[in-house]
Design a protein around this ligand. Structure first.
Ligand code: SF4
Length: 223
């Protein structure tokens, strides 16, 4: 599969924030979010073709028990099931970061699902396909039924909450597993959005997540 990068860092988002983890970033995505923070896996996918042995060897070179399989959209990678099985055999805790548009019978300890809201739809020639694919309630239902999960929503403005409420209701999702995260790849934008979003999280009883990797290192690759 095509690998954009493999690196060791701390998880910067969601319920496992702060946990030292190896990140396996698979290149290729079926969506084209307007604000994609990893365009080198979607708009202009980069990376080398690597076999499972190479990936497992690199992951094994780090001490971390936690592995985050991310993208792009890792669930469309042809060998994603085999990769997760092998990581599981090696005793790793596996988080998969997905937009929840495709189902595959992966082995996974935490399905970190980030359904893409209308705020993600780009202009231009990708608009129609993105809009058609971005929300797949049947896939989301399967993922939330089969796996331990979190629902991580990327929020650009307070009105996004209407859409989030509708999705939670449609999925009959556990509100305790809902995480709100501000959109942005700049620490000052995240702080400005974080202030009002934290208030919304308090009112709703949802969890708030910063983007710690941006706060600590800025919008860089490999962190
Ligand atoms: S789903 Fe993720 S990787 Fe794909 S375009 Fe959206 S933000 Fe980028």
């Amino acid at each position: 599969m095509r690998i954009a990068e493999i690196f060791y860092s701390i998880q910067g988002e969601g319920s496992l924030i702060g946990v030292p983890s190896v990140f396996v970033r698979i290149s290729g995505c079926n969506l084209r979010c307007a604000w994609c923070d990893t365009p080198y896996t979607s708009w202009k996918p980069e990376g080398e073709e690597r076999d499972l042995e190479f990936i497992l060897d690199r992951v094994g070179g780090f001490k971390a028990r936690h592995v985050v399989v991310t993208g792009g959209e890792p669930m469309i990678a042809p060998e994603i099931v085999a990769l997760t099985r092998r990581l599981h055999e090696y005793g790793r805790h596996i988080t998969i970061e997905t937009a929840g548009t495709v189902y595959a019978p992966v082995v996974c300890d935490l399905m970190s699902i980030s359904p893409k809201l209308a705020n993600s739809t780009p202009g231009g020639r990708w608009a129609a396909q993105h809009e058609r694919v971005r929300f797949q309630p049947d896939v989301l239902r399967r993922l939330t039924e089969h796996y331990e999960y979190q629902l991580k929503f990327v929020v650009t403005n307070p009105e996004d909450l209407n859409e989030i409420h509708a999705i939670i209701e449609q999925l009959d999702a556990d509100r305790g597993k809902v995480i709100l995260m501000p959109e942005g790849v700049d620490a000052s934008v995240l702080r400005e959005r974080g202030i009002w979003l934290a208030e919304i999280a308090k009112c709703e009883g949802f969890r708030y997540s910063p983007r710690l990797q941006v706060d600590l290192w800025g919008n860089r690759r490999g962190v």
